[in-house]
Design a protein around this ligand. Structure first.
Ligand SMILES: [Zn+2]
Length: 480
């Protein structure tokens, strides 16, 4: 019976660095004996003087603890996976015996990074690489917060941050760089202060601009690796494409509701984001984070994983996520992974790429090439209010979700969530002017386009959605 034994990182120095070892055996006991036959130094790590399994070592077969199966006599089948999971208390080996002279660190840094120096996979050499490295983080929001905090903490020499937003109250549920006192201030001003206070040895460069096809190429040039902390498709595709053009690794992370995804795209060795999804969905079809919701802690899980991949790529420690997509489900509390293939016909990293320079993505997004674009007329919130007050026979159509309606709505509006519109067209009177709104605009524009294509002659978008309405017309409503 050939089974594979997964070796945890603390024990890999006894297996010549191997993380998975193939062995034969009918039971867990036989498999471990064969493992120790190959790597004798493992024996005292796994067994005590009496020859019993040490109580801080747990063994799992097919994902189950053998203590709840037949212990060491648990039968194993061909292809099974045996996992060794020791308890990990933190800390690590001492630095004794590894007195390398490193002139690039001062006294403060020796202490600051001592828990890294004692990791053989990082050590002085890896810490030096971190100090010499530069990472550009796109977005200083949910993902960029934990990623930048950890990358500054571990001593990445140069961190660049791209973001043009100001801190909003609704950010604080997940964007851990900021506090309530900083609402209304530019994110990057706060982020730089916070990261510099955490680690003054790190150089922080901020770019208070939105990433675009005009600036991406020159910005990326100054950095070794790009960490994608964006929340929208145009920027995500731009980051991917420019990374492919410049041969730079792209640490990808995305979040939605309770689910996260992480991968490392490095087109020289593996697939890029477009190998998975050739084109972005049209605007309005996929809700943004604000509209779709996101569990407060989720970005920190995913952003921390991105920071981990960045550190591993820089130091060369372990196996990266190149060619693998890690899926995190916070509700089920599971991590799964799927293999990613490089697409030889990929439009950007394939053999005959058709995309060879950054595209104007905002325009690109709305044009699928098949459907004709329609222009949706706009109506200001003040105009809508005037029409309401004058008793004009127009219909305000709210296409948001029920939870949003519950927080705030215009009392004269007809509420039909966007997904239900196609089946409820008969509730709309084509002889009336229809003013569609959502929270800020993208969903309303998409639904107005849809209604126009269905033959409704007079459909408009209420510019700025209920957010603008609340700010400029009816401040008694809740903002969200
Ligand atoms: Zn590709």
């Amino acid at each position: 019976m050939a089974v594979s034994i997964k070796i945890p990182s603390p024990l890999r120095r006894f297996t010549e660095g191997e993380s998975v070892v193939e062995v034969n055996g009918q039971t867990v006991e036989e498999a471990l004996e064969n493992l120790i036959g190959q790597f004798s130094e493992l024996a005292p790590q796994l067994y005590n003087e009496k020859g019993e399994l040490r109580n801080f070592v747990n063994l799992y077969v097919r994902g189950e603890d053998i203590r709840y199966l037949d212990a060491m006599a648990t039968k194993i089948k061909d292809g099974d996976e045996v996992m060794i999971i020791p308890s990990i208390a933190g800390g690590g080996e001492t630095l004794s015996g590894k007195a390398e002279v490193a002139t690039t660190f001062d006294r403060d840094e020796y202490l600051r990074y001592s828990r890294h120096f004692s990791l053989p996979e990082i050590g002085l050499g890896g810490q030096r690489k971190l100090k010499e490295a530069s990472v550009l983080i796109i977005g200083a929001g949910g993902l960029g917060s934990p990623a930048s905090i950890y990358l500054a903490a571990v001593g990445v020499g140069h961190i660049g941050l791209v973001d043009y937003d100001v801190v909003e109250l609704s950010n604080l549920q997940r964007q851990i760089l900021y506090t309530s006192a900083e609402i209304g201030k530019p994110k990057l001003t706060i982020a730089k202060q916070r990261l510099q206070a955490l680690n003054p040895n790190v150089e922080i460069t901020t770019y208070a601009e939105s990433l675009s096809s005009a600036n991406a190429v020159s910005l990326f040039r100054n950095y070794d690796i790009i960490l994608d902390g964006t929340d929208n498709f145009p920027t995500r595709y731009l980051v991917n494409d420019v990374c492919v053009f410049q041969g730079k690794p792209n640490v990808y992370g995305s979040i939605f509701r309770f689910d996260g995804q992480v991968s490392l795209f490095e087109a020289k060795e593996g697939p890029c984001y477009r190998c998975l999804y050739e084109e972005p969905p049209p605007p309005g079809l996929v809700p943004s984070c604000a509209e779709g919701g996101v569990l407060g802690v989720l970005p920190s899980v995913v952003g921390s994983l991105q920071a981990t991949e960045t550190i591993k790529w820089i130091t060369g420690a372990g196996q990266t996520l190149i060619g693998r997509l890690l899926l995190f489900d916070a509700l089920a509390m599971t991590f799964r992974e799927v293999k990613l293939q490089k697409n030889p016909d990929c439009v950007v990293c394939g053999e005959n790429p058709t995309i060879t320079e950054p595209i104007d993505y905002e325009g690109f997004c709305g044009v699928s090439g098949l459907e004709e674009m329609v222009t949706v007329p706009e109506l200001s919130v003040q105009k809508v209010k005037q029409k309401l007050d004058s008793g004009e026979n127009h219909l305000i159509l709210d296409v948001r979700e029920k939870w949003e309606w519950d927080i705030a709505h215009i009392k004269e509006a007809l509420f039909i969530p966007m997904n239900a519109i196609p089946s409820r067209l008969d509730e709309l009177d084509p002889s009336r002017e229809i003013v569609v709104h959502c929270k800020e605009g993208p969903r309303a524009i998409a639904m107005a386009e849809y209604l126009i294509k269905q033959g409704f002659p007079d459909v408009k978008n209420m510019t700025g959605g209920i957010k603008k309405w609340t700010i400029e017309v009816d401040p008694s409503l809740n903002l969200y």
